[in-house]
Write a protein that binds this ligand. Structure first.
Ligand SMILES: [Zn+2]
Length: 483
């Protein structure tokens, strides 16, 4: 069994229930388990490797609870830079319609590498663009993610319905069933079953677990929502979907059993502690209370709010209602970046604007310690895991460290965590360890060629954009309203 010593740690945030912080600490890792964590001088002994973390802040590996890896083929596209959700989706769906299983693998490799390099050790991926419910998509994605070394919570998604009038427009432009993007419910349910049987591993320290969820709540097909919830119960999987009801969705829900969006979720069996929703930026007080009482959780993705000009969610209100809130980077098309530490740096800042200037009581502004808790202990709990999310003897060895020696930290001497989240501009972790294996050291991937991953995704993105431009006539490199 490999024995590793992480020594001379300047500051160690355990992120346990008491949020203990140790100074001048060390960690002993046996195989894939944390054996010792303490302050003081490291023990003598024989170690297979020792890593000196002087000048570093160390924390549990960050947990990303919302992403769409496939979207990495379409990041920073000028033509899609203006417009809220629906306008944006109409521009990007034709691009995504060209995605092959090999493209998904390239996007997954690059997205996971970026996450590891920015401190993330466990990631959910809401993977809902799997045309034809072909098994190759899921299998290629899981294989690519595992090769990078990250822990994966694959939310096997689906696209059986579109927002607003998107289906009509895409079918006109791309052909029948929105160019083949629209899923058939029975095929989706069959592949969800296959995926859970093959990849849902509930053992301690497992590298893959599975959840289920359509891209958005399908008010048009109540039975499908029920069937997914039933499958989740059968396999012990989590449920996940985008939930931030628009006016037209509220009107649709009013005609359905339950009478409201949350009533619909209750009727379909979705309100349970293993359900976490993405964004939920448009909840009223009653809906917050319903989600809180049911034990549901929310993935907060601050950069997506900025990118798409969405409503800033009142995180303090969610938490007051007992809703657990974790952090997600969201897909690279609604973020353009994919950095976990970059996302975490926005969490304390963006929240101050919720509801407009002066609306959030300053006593309830999220501070860096709260943000770190959301991205570690709380995120792990939302994914139903008790083996990751904090640093303690007996936990899985998922750890990240950031070195605070760059000029951007100069003068930020009062508190290393505040320095990291409020002052820093460096994105790369000094060390990222997953399951006892060092995957990033000194800001570089240890066993993957970063440049090869980059080329692989660039090639896929170039081909996909060219094909989409031919289909639609859109000049993707131009900003809208400019020639
Ligand atoms: Zn999303």
């Amino acid at each position: 069994m490999t024995r590793i010593l992480l020594k001379n740690i300047g500051t160690l945030h355990t992120c346990d229930d008491r949020r203990q912080v140790l100074k001048h600490a060390y960690l002993v890792i046996d195989g894939n388990i944390i054996r010792e964590v303490d302050a003081g001088t490291a023990p003598d002994g024989v170690f297979d490797s020792e890593v000196d973390l002087a000048g570093c802040i160390v924390m549990p590996g960050l947990v990303n609870i919302h992403h769409h890896f496939y979207q990495s083929v379409s990041r920073a596209v000028p033509a899609a830079q203006r417009g809220h959700l629906v306008a944006w989706l109409k521009l990007v769906y034709p691009i995504w319609s060209r995605l092959t299983p090999a493209d998904l693998a390239a996007a997954t490799s690059a997205a996971c590498a970026e996450l590891l390099l920015t401190g993330c050790t466990t990631t959910a991926d809401h993977s809902y663009l799997l045309p034809g419910a072909r098994a190759e998509y899921v299998d290629e994605e899981v294989s690519a993610a595992l090769e990078t070394g990250i822990r994966l919570h694959l939310v096997r998604g689906s696209l059986t319905t579109f927002e607003d009038d998107i289906e009509q427009e895409l079918t006109t432009r791309l052909g029948a069933r929105a160019g083949g993007l629209l899923d058939d419910e029975q095929s989706v349910l069959a592949d969800m079953t296959r995926t859970a049987r093959r990849y849902h591993d509930t053992s301690f320290g497992s590298r893959t677990r599975v959840g289920f969820g359509p891209t958005t709540v399908t008010y048009r097909n109540m039975q499908f929502m029920r069937d997914i919830a039933t499958l989740a119960t059968e396999f012990g999987c989590g449920l996940h979907t985008h939930f931030h009801p628009r006016l037209d969705e509220r009107e649709a829900a009013a005609q359905l059993p339950g009478g409201t969006p949350t009533g619909f979720l209750k009727e379909t069996g979705w309100l349970r502690p293993s359900t976490w929703f993405a964004h939920s930026t448009r909840l009223n007080d009653h809906e917050m209370a319903v989600l809180g009482d049911a034990g549901c959780a929310i993935a907060h993705c601050p950069r997506m709010i900025l990118r798409l000009g969405a409503r800033v969610p009142p995180i303090h209100m969610y938490q007051r209602h007992g809703i657990r809130v974790g952090v997600g980077v969201d897909g690279a098309a609604s973020n353009d970046a994919g950095s976990m530490i970059g996302e975490l740096r926005l969490v304390p800042l963006l929240h101050r604007l919720a509801g407009g200037e002066g609306t959030v009581p300053h006593q309830e502004w999220i501070d860096p310690d709260d943000a770190l808790d959301m991205a570690t202990r709380v995120g792990a709990d939302i994914l139903g895991r008790t083996d990751i999310g904090s640093i303690a003897a007996g936990m899985s060895a998922d750890i990240t460290a950031f070195k605070l020696d760059a000029i951007g930290y100069a003068g930020a001497v009062a508190d290393p965590l505040a320095a990291l989240l409020l002052a820093g501009s460096e994105q790369r972790a000094f060390l990222t360890m997953v399951d006892g294996r060092i995957k990033v050291l000194n800001g570089s991937l240890c066993d993957q060629d970063e440049h090869r991953l980059r080329r692989g995704l660039d090639n896929a993105a170039n081909r996909i954009l060219a094909e989409a431009a031919q289909l639609t006539g859109v000049v993707y490199e131009n900003y809208p309203n400019r020639t």
